[in-house]
Design a binder for this molecule. Structure first.
Ligand SMILES: Nc1nc2c(ncn2[C@@H]2O[C@H](COP(=O)(O)OP(=O)(O)O)[C@@H](O)[C@H]2O)c(=O)[nH]1
Ligand SMILES: [Mg+2]
Length: 202
């Protein structure tokens, strides 16, 4: 099955996006296949509220492993099936904790296999801190890699926050030549454009 991978730094909203985007696509009961960086895959089925409660956290590195959510996406012409893969955050440096290191390696291995890469950036922190402070090397590298292939898009997240509009302008300036979609994972705005992009690349 084709995969759509969600990547980006810690705390940019990857998990909230994955859960709410699944909800937007009509998935009320999420079948999640969880592969911890240090263990065996297991499955669980969570409702939307359960998923939001147990998977999202204001603390970085809450997601230590891959979470694959099975999606059946309705469109004008039938349905398409894919796995929406939520990943652990990319870090600037080589992480000190072995488990976080393994989770990073696991994320990068998935990137190669995915048909679609959705690269999340926190537009509000770019607006607050500036692109260099808020994004760091890893975002430029991912964009460079992504730009060489099809099915890569940047999602400028947290557009509901006041600083995000200025952040979006900076992201557009810093990462030109890529599709960039402003979204709010929290309020589910901008999702229709993301859906169209995903549909086209499946
Ligand atoms: N205001 C706002 N907060 C968000 C948005 N997306 C994520 N967050 C918050 O950012 C924090 C990190 O979210 P999470 O999805 O766990 O980030 P991850 O580490 O990238 O998976 C949580 O406190 C979320 O509630 C958004 O669009 N708007
Ligand atoms: Mg997460």
């Amino acid at each position: 099955m084709k995969a759509c991978i969600v990547i980006g730094k810690a705390n940019v909203g990857k998990t909230l996006f994955a859960v709410n985007f699944a909800g937007y696509l009509g998935i009320t009961s999420l079948e999640i296949e969880f592969t911890p960086a240090d263990g065996k895959t297991y499955r669980r089925t969570l409702s939307q509220p359960e998923a939001l409660q147990s998977l999202i956290s204001p603390n970085p590195h809450h997601t230590l492993g891959l979470q694959r959510i099975q999606i059946q996406m309705p469109g004008f012409k039938g349905r398409k099936e894919f796995a929406l893969v939520d990943t652990s955050g990319l870090t600037e440096d080589i992480p000190e904790q072995p488990l976080i290191r393994r989770a990073m390696a696991q994320t990068l291995a998935q990137v190669r296999e995915a048909a679609i890469i959705l690269h999340l950036v926190d537009a509000s922190s770019v607006g607050k801190l500036g692109a260099v402070e808020a994004m760091g090397q890893v975002d430029w590298q991912v964009a460079q890699f992504g730009g060489m292939r099809d099915g890569y898009a940047i999602l400028a997240n947290k557009m509901d926050l006041p600083e995000a509009a200025a952040g979006l302008a900076q992201i557009r300036q810093e990462l030109p030549g890529h599709p960039i979609f402003p979204i709010s994972a929290l309020l589910r705005t901008g999702f229709s454009e993301v859906k169209q992009f995903v549909w086209r690349h499946l």
